[in-house]
Design a protein around this ligand. Structure first.
Ligand SMILES: *Cc1c(COP(=O)(O)O)cnc(C)c1O
Length: 231
């Protein structure tokens, strides 16, 4: 039951906040609903969940109605190809996987056309794994950030990373620590931008991410169960 698993995850987040000496409620919960049905999304919504994350443009199009329940917030968290930007921008409130200046420029253009503001996080490849998306070079990230302030339909909110595969706790901690240090550096270099969101931590590693300063955890499996690849 989603009611029980959601309550369990909320409790584990509260425990991790306490353990890390962080304020209660300082970590937001994003429910990652990829490869789960819209009925499951509504069930979580009925239990008070408002923030949802999806990975694929096509799945968002197919799954979510244009008219959503009051207060439901949807972000794209998976890699975004530039030829799908025009499709996704009207459908989401945020894009948490921006990984190039070119992509950011396209999002600004599409958001202008849709007459809306899009919240963005910049994804950083903190593990160096080749199959991961995200900025590899800090310089490319800084270059992108130096233009972000001039884009009126883009609202910078912070950074995002996916921890290394394999579940080695020390490696995950290192990746999360690196994202936090990079965030501090970004805030110093671009004081007029908002870097308050540090999106890191998934079902397998979120307590470590919270210890390392995460302000948003992205949880799929621990809430919805195993993904249904035939969906
Ligand atoms: C699928 C996914 C998640 C959720 O992963 P779980 O292990 O199911 O909690 C979080 N973030 C991203 C970017 C994902 O693709």
């Amino acid at each position: 039951m989603i009611k029980e698993t959601l309550e369990q995850v909320r409790e584990e987040i509260r425990d991790a906040e306490k353990l890390a000496g962080r304020a209660e409620g300082s970590v937001a919960l994003m429910a990652v609903s990829k490869l789960h049905t819209y009925e499951n999304v509504l069930e979580a919504y009925a239990c008070g969940q408002r923030l949802f994350g999806e990975n694929h443009v096509q799945e968002v199009e197919a799954k979510f109605p244009l008219q959503r329940p009051e207060g439901m917030v949807l972000h794209l968290i998976g890699h975004l190809q530039s030829n799908k930007v025009n499709k996704i921008v009207p459908l989401v409130d945020g894009i948490d996987s921006v990984d190039s200046l070119r992509l950011l420029e396209k999002i600004e253009k599409a958001a202008t056309a849709s007459n809306k503001t899009i919240e963005v996080l910049f994804e950083v490849n903190t593990s160096g794994e080749e199959q991961k998306s995200g900025f590899v070079s800090d310089e490319a990230l800084f270059e992108t950030l130096s233009h972000a302030g001039e884009m009126p339909h883009i609202k910078v909110k912070g950074l995002m990373t996916v921890g290394p595969l394999g579940g080695d706790a020390d490696k995950n901690r290192q990746a999360f620590r690196r994202l936090r240090q990079l965030r501090d550096e970004c805030q110093k270099r671009y004081p007029s931008l908002d870097f308050s969101t540090l999106s890191m931590g998934m079902s397998g590693d979120f307590p470590i991410a919270i210890e390392e300063g995460s302000t948003m955890v992205r949880i799929g499996t621990a809430i919805f169960g195993p993904r249904n690849y035939n969906l």
